[in-house]
Design a protein around this ligand. Structure first.
Ligand code: CA2
Length: 148
C-alpha cells in the first residue's frame, strides 16, 4: 500500500535549522528532521513529499498545485505565518486540509509571533513541541483524512 500522499512544506529560514539558536529550534538539521518524518510516514502507511522554500511565491505555488497531488499538507510557514495573507488565501483556495507547525512556542515569544494569519486557514496548529511537532502533525492530518 502506498497510502495517502502528504506534502510537508517548510518556509523561510528553516533550511538553517541546527546551525543557530539551538535553545529555540533544537540541534537537528532540516535533513535530520525530514528523515524522521519520512520514517514516521512509512510507519503510518503514507508517503511524504518534503519541500522547503524561502520565497513566498514558491510556497503559494506549492499550495496551489497541492489539490492535484496531495490529500493533506503539513506546513511550517516560518515568519510568513505572522503576516502573509497571500499564503492564507492560497491555503483556503486550495481546500486541502493543512496543519500548521511551529517548532517554538510562538505564543511565548515576541508579540508579533502571537498572530498567525495562515493558521486561520488551517484545520489545526501544533506549536512549541519542537521538531517532534512535524510527526505529531503528520499523525493528526492522517487521522483527519482517514476519519473523513
Ligand atoms: O517556531 C517556528 O517553527 C517558526 O515558524 C520558525 C520561524 C519563525 O520566524 C517563526 O516565528 C516561528 C523562523 C525559522 C528560523 O529558523 C532558524 C533556525 C535556526 C537558525 C536560524 C533560524
Amino acid at each position: 500500500m502506498t497510502g495517502e500522499a502528504i506534502l510537508v512544506l517548510n518556509g523561510p529560514n528553516l533550511n538553517l535549522l541546527g546551525s543557530r539558536e539551538p535553545e529555540i529550534y533544537g540541534t537537528q538539521t532540516l535533513a535530520d528532521v525530514e528523515e524522521r518524518i519520512t520514517r514516521r510516514a512509512h510507519e503510518l502507511g503514507c508517503t511524504v513529499e518534503l519541500r522547503q522554500e524561502n520565497d513566498e511565491g514558491r510556497l503559494i505555488e506549492a499550495v496551489q498545485s497541492a489539490p492535484r497531488r496531495f490529500a493533506g499538507i503539513v506546513c511550517n510557514p516560518g515568519a510568513y505565518a505572522h503576516y502573509s495573507y497571500a499564503l492564507a488565501d492560497a491555503i483556503t483556495a486550495a481546500g486541502v486540509p493543512l496543519i500548521e507547525v511551529h517548532i517554538s512556542n510562538t505564543f511565548a515569544r515576541e508579540d508579533f509571533r502571537r498572530t498567525s494569519v495562515t493558521a486561520t486557514a488551517a484545520i489545526g496548529l501544533v506549536a512549541g513541541l519542537g521538531t517532534k511537532g512535524y510527526e505529531l502533525a503528520l499523525e493528526a492530518i492522517l487521522s483527519h483524512i482517514r476519519d473523513a
